[in-house]
Structure formats: structure tokens, C-alpha cells
Design a protein around this ligand. Structure first.
Ligand code: AMP
Length: 586
């Protein structure tokens, strides 16, 4: 397929906000794509040249892209800068400058992908120049519309407005003319979250029940827990179960391949280099050639033997000064899962079996500890463990269904978290996404930020919907932090996948990236927030009005930044509704 043809599809996708239409356009594209190209096309659709868990980034700032455009089109950098200032969009800048230039070549998708891949991989001394030359050559050899989309890829601004799930829907649409195969494809994706590989596999197989096995070195999407508020509720739901402390650190998935170990965070980031102590621990203590284990990493004080609060643990997430910090704040990994062991996929095995194997393969040692566990069958015992855990300063407990499989990438009742209640009515926090902010008035004008809008993900609409604007309760440091982080994520206009009432509009919109943990007194109803809001025509049919107010947070406060979560891992509208339901039962 020529890149020009692909750009025509990008164009169609850019011009629609309707999810069903996007699905159909993508399905058409997938049908047309040859077997050996579909995987690469899927990466390009995500604005990438590799699956998300591979840290292949372009490392090109706007300034460098301007140089590449100038180089490719043999125009002056200052002229490019001028056009860029007008449009604020490097893609459109390149397109405009290219409009009157005749193009000789018609590159195909594989050629463009290959060159982009090389651009991303170029490293070391002089690599910026190499990158500029490579990108410049593509700009020279492609037509103007292609150039618009090409340039948006290395600056991470392709943003066609669909999620991974829409791609899976489209693959189903290509095969069956409906979305009915999506759950099946999603299962495969949860075990190997590589959309390029899934697309290739779907295209290659005539039948649709292909099996995708986990592979050491490739992260598995992590299982998540439902929440409940008492021992009785839990026993009613899953009966006899295993109860473990809910450690307050961060989740790690460790992959052992012989004497090589890799670590992944909850959002599939490869974080191996950050935690050399855990890497060593796994090498030493995991007594099988290959394994995928999961656990919670928590800092502890070697002098007193005390476990440290999350604020301390999180200091270990850093790019520099790693070794010194590892000595100062060593981590322990409380292992609670074994998903794979030398040739054996354990995801579909029952919890008790996985746990038995886990206990077998982890040798006693300093760093990897097996999570405490007790199998119980009465609410009374569960409450007793819960109280004991909370009194030791932990968050609460996790209850696990004894015959439950590992639900990669899903949240369900095979795992239930039971956290301590707080004074307010809402006992759990909400992980929300920062959508935009307003310039400050009064004291905070100095920071240039007065409040910020947060939202949750509506999984049906596939859009972010608002739940609160927060203007108080942050320290000066936190305000500065939000501002600095937002600066890098500014969007020229309201992103396509935001559903926000006009009244809640922001001075500056930002793309969904920052996840914040928010505590609030309760969930209330508000006509100006769009989470779960239902609109409909007025009686006369002449206008649209609010039929059911949306969900909003009362007295929201920032607890902490959740860098370990992706915006799509944030609380969903469905969960918020369940939290409301539980709140009403109290
Ligand atoms: P939450 O982030 O509130 O949805 O809670 C789920 C998280 O609790 C998991 O992602 C883990 O990071 C953490 N966790 C702590 N202890 C355990 C445990 N024993 N089993 C499973 N998850 C745990």
C-alpha cells in the first residue's frame, strides 16, 4: 500500500468523531492492507513504530522537526517557524509548505515505516543530524497530505481519537461485519498487548479462535480488583477465599529469562533500570529458568525494619541517581502471582494452583517475599484480618477467589479489595485524568494556573467526561507541579475524546496523560458535569436539555500523582456509578 493511500485513511479518520464510523473506516483499511503490512499500519495508526511497551521514542523536539522540514523542502528554517506560529501545528505547517512542490516519488508504507524506525533508533553522537536528514528525506519524497500526518508521528501529535479497543472492534468488523469477535480478540490482546501482532494474527488465520500464549519479556496486562465494603459482602460474593494484605506500594511484573530479568509497571512501561535491587532479588531467588511473577514493591527501613509510606516508596521512581537511592530506600517485592513458568502458561489455572507454584519457585531471601495469605471462610475472620492489617498501617486487604483464573487486563470479582473507610461517606479515592486548566486569579496568578478540570473515562462513549474542577486544597508545590506537567501536554483545542459542558470549558486544554488520585467527601449530582449525564430534547423539541444530571465530586482534594497509571487505567464511569451505589447503601 502506498503511504499516500494510508494518509487518505488518516484524513477520513481525522474528520470524524463518531466511533462507529471510525470502526468502519478502520475495518476498510484493514481489509485493504496486505498481510505483511497490517501490523506496521496498526503501529503507525497509534503514532508509533513499535508496540507501546517497547520504549522506542523519536526524541525530536519541535525545533528539530522544523529543521527537518526546512532540510527536506530546501526552505529557510525561519520561514517554517513563521508558518508554524500561525497554525500551531507542525503537520499543517509541512503540508502548507509542501503544497506547491512537485513530488517525484510515491513511497509505500513499508519504506516510510522503515525510515521512521531508523529515525527513532538513531542514537549517539551526531544522531540528531541523522534523524533530521532521515525525516527530511521523507518530507521531500511524499505528497502534501501524507506529510501532514507523517510529521505528526515523531511529535506524538497524530491523535486520531480512537482507543486500542476501537482497533479490536475494527478487526472484528473486518472479519465478521460486526463487533461480535472483539471479546475474543481482547482476550488475546490482554495476554500480548501488541496490537500489530494481534492484527497480523487475525488477518492470517481463517478461523477466529486462535490462541495467544504469554511470552517472557512481553508484559501481560495486569488484573485489577473490584471493591467491596465488608467481610460479609465478600463472603457472600465469593465464599471461602484467600485474604492477603493490600500493600501500599506499586505493582511490578517481573520477567525472568535465564539470567536476564525485566520489570514492567502497571502501564506496561519497562522500568528494569529503575529497580536494580529487585532485579537482583529475582535473579537470586526465583528458582526456575523462566517465570513471570507479579507483586507489590514497597520501601522499608533496614534500620528499623519498618515499612515506609507510599510517599517514600515512590521516590524510587526516578531516572537519575538510581544506585544511591536504592541503598537509601531499599525495596521488597511482596509476590502474589505466578503467571508463567518455563513453558507453562498459568493464566488459566486456578488461584490456588498459581499460589502453590509461586511458593515452590521462590526461595527464601531478603528481597522477594511471598505475600502473606490466609484462607478463610467466615466474615468474622475476614474482618479480624482486615482490622489487624489496618492497625499495621496498611491500606486494607485483598480477597481472592480460590478457583479464580488470572483475569489479564480486566477488573472483576476474582479479586476484591476492601480498604479502610475514612470520615467522609466516600471510602475509596478516584483516579481521575487532568483535562485542562484555567489561568489563575489573585494569589496564584504567579503560577499561571487557578484551577484544573478532572474527568473519568466513559467506556461506552470512549470519551473522557468531567467530574470536578479543583481550585483549592493544593500546596504551592503541587500547583507548580500540575502546571509544569500540563505545559508539555497542551492541545491546540479541546481533544476530540473529551465531553465537557461549555460552562466547564478550560483556558488551556491538555491531552489525557496526567492521572491524579482524588479524595472527596461524596459523589453528588451536577448538571454541569458530563459523567453519566443524559441529555434529551425539551417538550417542544426545539432544544436539548439535561434529563439526568451528571456525577460529580464534592470537596475534591488531590492525594497524589499516579504516574503508575495510564489514563485508560483511571477510574471509569462504570466504577464511579458503582461507588455511588455503595455510598447510597451506607
Ligand atoms: P487499586 O490500585 O486501588 O485498584 O488496587 C489494586 C492494586 O493493589 C494492585 O494493582 C496492586 O498494585 C495493589 N496490591 C497490593 N497488595 C496486593 C495484593 N496482595 N494482591 C493484589 N494486588 C495488591
Amino acid at each position: 500500500m502506498t503511504f499516500k493511500r494510508l494518509a487518505e485513511y488518516f484524513h477520513k479518520l481525522e474528520n470524524t468523531t463518531l466511533r462507529n464510523q471510525m470502526t468502519e473506516i478502520l475495518a476498510e483499511l484493514f481489509k485493504e492492507a496486505p498481510q505483511n503490512e497490517i501490523g506496521k499500519i496498526v503501529y503507525l495508526l497509534q503514532g508509533r513504530v513499535a508496540p507501546l511497551y517497547e520504549a522506542v521514542e523519536f526524541g525530536l523536539a519541535d525545533k528539530m522537526i522544523i529543521r527537518a522540514i526546512a532540510d527536506g523542502l530546501k526552505v529557510d528554517s525561519q520561514k517554517v517557524t513563521r508558518v508554524f506560529k500561525e497554525s500551531g501545528d507542525l503537520g499543517k505547517t509541512a503540508e502548507k509548505l509542501k503544497a506547491n512542490v512537485k513530488t517525484k516519488h510515491n513511497l509505500n508504507v513499508l519504506q516510510v515505516f522503515g525510515t521512521l524506525h531508523k529515525t527513532a533508533l538513531a542514537g549517539g553522537e551526531g544522531s540528531q543530524d541523522v534523524k533530521i536528514k532521515l525525516l527530511g528525506s521523507l518530507i521531500r519524497d511524499l505528497d502534501s497530505l501524507s506529510v501532514r500526518y507523517l510529521v505528526r508521528i515523531p511529535v506524538a501529535k497524530l491523535r486520531l481519537g480512537f482507543s486500542d479497543m476501537t482497533i479490536l472492534d475494527a478487526l472484528s468488523w473486518m472479519k465478521a461485519g460486526s463487533k461480535k469477535l472483539r471479546p475474543q480478540f481482547e482476550k488475546a490482546y490482554n495476554v500480548r498487548p501488541d496490537l500489530g501482532l494481534i492484527a497480523e494474527t487475525v488477518k492470517r488465520h481463517k478461523e477466529n479462535n486462535f490462541n495467544i500464549e504469554p511470552r517472557v519479556g512481553i508484559p501481560i496486562l495486569m488484573a485489577r480488583a473490584e471493591r467491596m465494603g465488608s467481610g460479609e459482602e465478600i463472603i457472600d460474593k465469593i465464599g471461602r477465599c484467600a485474604v492477603e494484605p493490600k500493600y501500599d506500594g506499586f505493582r511490578l511484573q517481573g520477567h525472568k529469562m535465564g539470567n536476564k530479568v525485566e520489570l514492567f509497571s502497571r502501564n506496561l512501561e519497562n522500568v528494569t533500570h529503575m529497580y536494580p535491587d529487585i532485579v537482583q532479588g529475582i535473579k537470586k531467588q526465583v528458582k526456575t529458568k523462566e517465570a513471570i511473577i507479579e507483586g507489590e514493591a514497597v520501601a522499608y527501613n533496614p534500620q528499623t525494619g519498618e515499612y515506609l509510606p507510599f510517599q517514600e516508596t515512590v521516590q524510587r521512581k526516578r531516572k537519575y541517581n538510581i544506585e544511591a537511592k536504592a541503598k537509601e530506600i531499599p525495596l521488597k517485592l511482596f509476590a502474589f502471582e505466578l503467571l508463567y513458568q518455563t513453558g507453562k502458561n498459568l493464566i488459566m489455572s486456578e488461584y490456588v494452583e498459581r499460589r502453590k507454584q509461586l511458593e515452590k519457585i521462590v526461595a527464601r531471601g531478603e528481597v522477594i517475599l511471598i505475600a502473606q495469605e490466609e484462607v478463610i471462610d467466615t466474615p468474622k475472620r475476614l474482618e479480624a484480618i482486615f482490622l489487624d492489617t489496618v492497625s499495621r498501617g496498611l491500606e486494607g486487604v485483598m480477597a481472592k477467589k480460590l478457583d479464580g483464573i488470572y483475569r489479564a487486563g480486566s477488573r472483576d470479582f476474582n479479586w476484591i479489595k476492601y480498604k479502610r473507610s475514612y470520615a467522609g461517606k466516600l471510602d475509596d479515592t478516584v483516579d481521575a485524568v487532568v483535562m485542562g486548566y484555567d489561568f489563575g486569579q489573585g494569589k496564584r496568578t504567579a503560577f499561571g494556573i487557578g484551577d484544573f478540570l478532572i474527568g473519568v473515562f466513559d467506556e461506552k462513549l470512549e470519551k473522557y467526561v468531567s467530574i470536578a474542577k479543583i481550585g483549592t486544597g493544593l500546596t504551592d508545590e503541587e500547583w507548580k507541579e500540575i502546571k509544569i506537567r500540563s505545559e508539555k501536554l497542551k492541545a491546540p483545542e479541546k481533544p476530540k475524546n473529551y465531553e465537557v459542558d461549555k460552562i466547564m470549558g478550560c483556558d488551556v486544554w491538555i491531552t489525557p496523560k496526567i492521572v491524579v488520585e482524588i479524595r472527596a467527601d461524596e459523589i453528588t449530582r451536577s448538571p454541569v458535569h458530563t459523567a453519566g449525564r443524559i441529555m434529551g430534547p425539551t417538550k417542544t423539541g426545539s432544544a436539548i436539555e439535561v434529563k439526568e444530571a451528571g456525577l460529580a465530586l464534592r470537596f475534591p482534594r488531590l492525594e497524589r500523582f499516579r504516574d503508575d497509571k495510564n489514563p485508560t487505567d483511571a477510574t471509569t464511569l462504570g466504577e464511579l456509578k458503582k461507588m455511588l451505589h455503595r455510598q447510597m447503601k451506607k
